[in-house]
Design a protein. Sequence first.
Length: 82
Amino acid sequence: MPWIYECRACDAVSPRQQGRREDADEELLAHRRVEHGGLAPAAGDGVRRVHAEVRGEGFLPAGWGWALLFVLALMLSNCWGR
Ligand SMILES: [Zn+2]
């Protein structure tokens, strides 16, 4: 899962997601240098994980829901068989 940098003082987020946490940390430091004189903003900032794809979201959870239902149905039918 990719990482993004977020600054709550400026409401700034990474323009693009970073594949590695180190790259997002790098962005955090670069932002602090440019916007805050190298200091951490009082409002807080940090690096957090995000979902890789925006498209496809909503589809996957639905798929998992059906899979779960299927497993439950299997378990129930197994119980009734006895
Ligand atoms: Zn900032």
